[in-house]
Write a new protein. Structure first.
Length: 225
């Protein structure tokens, strides 16, 4: 598999992560991951000394845009953009139908818990403690069997979009942790990192990188219609 390069300049490179791969190495060193495979691809194309640094992640089953530093001087400015929330991430997802306004903000506090049934860590809203989570949502289109929703997280909590929608009764199709309808059955989590927007730290230019819905999500859209 060759990963598409969506944007590149002297210091940064943006590639499209497929669904099903962890973003980074896991405890199981033999398990394939996007960062290591992309680095191998670039080193084979450009030489063994090609530099690549990871600064953010997507859930294993989420597809879409990821940005990396390709120079050491790019590390600190890129880390600063994420730390100060100066990179706007936009996601697209297919959710079950429900009641919601055309657009809304979800603001609460999320805490990590261990699900006793799934034996996995997950997030849930709490009245005290936890960390603030803020997501802007907009309904793009309503289908017969579900919604296409745009999500812009303004904080970076684990599973933030997934739990915000699930707790509003708008579970993302294919979610294996949070409540969602099982019919129609999705091939995987129907969540896609559609775009990244930021002001370039070296040139001052506005940069926006997009990647359209992958084939499996386009096919699922026709099912919802």
């Amino acid at each position: 598999m060759t990963f598409p390069i969506l944007f590149e300049d002297d210091d940064f490179i943006v590639a499209e992560k497929p669904s099903g791969l962890p973003s980074q190495p896991t405890v199981d060193k033999k398990r394939p991951n996007f960062f290591s495979l992309l680095k191998k691809q670039l080193q084979e194309e450009r030489g063994a000394d090609f530099y690549l640094a990871l600064h953010h992640r997507l859930d294993r089953d989420t597809s879409g845009v990821m940005i990396f530093a390709k120079t050491k001087r790019g590390n600190e400015p890129l880390a600063d953009l994420f730390k100060k929330h100066k990179i706007q991430k936009t996601y697209l997802c297919f959710t079950q139908p429900g009641k919601c306004p055309p657009q809304w903000d979800e603001i609460n506090f999320l805490a990590e818990i261990r699900d006793p049934v799934l034996k996995k860590m997950k997030m849930q809203s709490v009245r005290s403690g936890g960390q603030k989570a803020h997501t802007k949502f907009r309904v793009i289109e309503k289908f017969k069997k579900g919604f296409l929703i745009e999500a812009q997280p303004l904080t970076g909590r684990m599973h933030q979009i997934r739990v915000h929608l699930a707790e509003k009764g708008l579970g993302i199709f294919g979610d294996d942790i949070y409540p969602c309808l099982k019919n129609p059955q999705a091939p995987r989590l129907m969540l896609h990192a559609f775009s990244l927007e930021f002001t370039h730290p070296f040139t001052g230019e506005f940069v926006k990188i997009e990647t359209p819905l992958p084939a499996d999500m386009q096919k699922f859209e026709s099912t919802l219609r």
